[in-house]
Write a protein that binds this ligand. Structure first.
Ligand code: FES
Length: 180
C-alpha cells in the first residue's frame, strides 16, 4: 500500500466519521426538537374538549348558514333548501374536477357541513351571509382568485384544485351535531 493509498483511506475514514457524527447530532437534534410537540400532544381532557365542537342546529332556518370554529378553523354549517339539495344531486359527477357525489359528502341532505377554507391558497370563501356573493353555482365564492363552489361545496370553477373539506362529524340528536 502506498503513502497515497493510506492518505486516501484515512481521508475517507475521516469523512465517514464526520458524516456519522453529523448524522448522530442531527438525530439528537430531531429527537429533542420533536419532544415538546410530542409531549404537548398528550391527549388531556382540555385537548379532547377542544378537538370537538358541538353545534346547536335548532335556531338555524332553512336556507341559513352559520359559521362555527373547530380546531381554529371556520366550519360552515348550511341548512340547505330543497332547490340547493336538488342542484347538488343533479350534477354529473364525472364532469367534476374533484369527482364526488353529494351523497358522499353529507349525512343528512338538509345539512351540509364543510371546513370553510378555500383549497387553493387558504382564504375563507364568502357565501355564509345572505349579502355575500355565492358564485356561479350558488354555493360559495372565494374572491382571492375566483374559485366557485357549488351547493355541495365542490369546486366548479376557478383555480382551487379540491372540494371544500368535509370534517368528521356526527349527529348526537336531530338538533345537535358534534364536529371532530
Ligand atoms: S385562495 Fe381561494 S381562490 Fe385562491
Amino acid at each position: 500500500m502506498t503513502q497515497k493509498d493510506n492518505n486516501d483511506q484515512d481521508g475517507k475514514g475521516r469523512r465517514n466519521f464526520l458524516y456519522l457524527t453529523a448524522g448522530m447530532f442531527g438525530g439528537v437534534g430531531v429527537a429533542s426538537a420533536a419532544w415538546p410537540f410530542i409531549s404537548s400532544m398528550t391527549p388531556g381532557a382540555d385537548a379532547r374538549a377542544l378537538a370537538t365542537t358541538e353545534v346547536n342546529l335548532a335556531p338555524v332556518e332553512v336556507g341559513q348558514s352559520i359559521t362555527v370554529m373547530w380546531r381554529g378553523k371556520p366550519v360552515f354549517v348550511r341548512r340547505r333548501t330543497q332547490k340547493e339539495i336538488q342542484e347538488a344531486e343533479e350534477v354529473d359527477v364525472s364532469s367534476l374536477r374533484d369527482p364526488q357525489s353529494d351523497e358522499d359528502r353529507i349525512q343528512r341532505p338538509e345539512w351540509l357541513i364543510l371546513v370553510g377554507i378555500c383549497t387553493h391558497l387558504g382564504c375563507v370563501p364568502g357565501g355564509q351571509k345572505p349579502t355575500d356573493q355565492r358564485g356561479d353555482y350558488d354555493g360559495w365564492f372565494c374572491p382571492c382568485h375566483g374559485s366557485h363552489y357549488d351547493t355541495s361545496g365542490r369546486i366548479r370553477k376557478g383555480p382551487a384544485p379540491k372540494n371544500l373539506v368535509v370534517p368528521p362529524y356526527e349527529f348526537v340528536s336531530d338538533t345537535l351535531v358534534k364536529i371532530g
